[in-house]
Design a protein around this ligand. Sequence first.
Ligand code: 2HA
Ligand code: ZN
Length: 272
Amino acid sequence: MERAMSREDLGEDVLRELDKVSEVAAHLWERGWAERNGGNISVDLTAIADRLPTTPDAVTVTMKDLPREAGGRTLFVTGAGERLRDLRPPMRAGGIVRFDDAANGYRVLWSAGGPSGFRATSELPSHLRIHLDLSSRNGEHRAVVHCHPTDLLALSHHPRFGIDEELLTRTLWAMLPEVRVFVPSGIAIAPYALPGSSVLAELTVEGLRKADVVLWSKHGAVAMGGDVREAFDLIDVAEKGAAILLRCLSAGYDPVGLSDDQLRELERKFDL
Ligand code: 2HA
Ligand code: ZN
C-alpha cells in the first residue's frame, strides 16, 4: 500500500495556493465572517495537480446528480463542519479531492489529518458548479470563497435593498469610489435557498455570470477570482460599501452618495 501523501508531496504550485487559502481564511475569521463552521473555500487545482496520485485505498464519497464534466477534476476544498480558523498551516480543515471519471463522487487525495475521515464542505455543489461553469467560459478563475459578511448579510434582510440587486449595486457603488472600480459588475442577489442545495448552486452560477459577488439572501456572499485573494477582495470591497451604507442609515440619515456625474467620471477614468 502506498503511503498517504504528505504536504511536501503536493508540489510548489499547489502549496502556494494552499498558503493563500490559509491567509484568506485567517482574514475571514478575523473579520467575523466565518463563525463556527461558517464559510468555505475551494480552489480548482486540476491544471496544476493532475500528477498527484489517487491514494489507492481511499474510499469514494458518492454524490448524487454530479454533472458529467466533474469527472477527473481536482479541487482543494474546506471540510464539512470544519472551522475556517483551523485553516492555518498545517491546515486541519482542508483537503484535496478528485472526482472519478464517471462523476459518481470523489476520493480524497490529501488532507492534513490523512485522507480518511475528511468530508468536503456541504456547499460543494455550489463550488463545483461554479468551477465547471468557469472552466467552460475561461480559464482565469480558479478560486471560490463563501463567507458570512455581516453588513452585506444585514442588507439582504432590508425590505428594499435585499430584493433589488440593481438598487443595491447602484447604492453600494455610490458609497465610495473603490466599490465602483473594484466591484465593476456589481452584486447579484440569490433569493434564499437551503444551504448546500442544488437550487442554491444553480442560483449562484446564474448570479456569477453577471455579477462579481452573489449575495445569498439571509445567509452570506460568494465570489470567485483567479485565486482566493482576488475572490476575498471582491467581497471585502462590497462589504465596505455595505458597512458605510448601514453606518449612515443607523446614524439616522440617508447617505448622499456619489453623484451620477462622479460615477461617470470614474467609469471613464477606469474604462468601466
Ligand atoms: O460551511 O457556511 O453555507 C458552512 C456554511 C454553509
Ligand atoms: Zn454559509
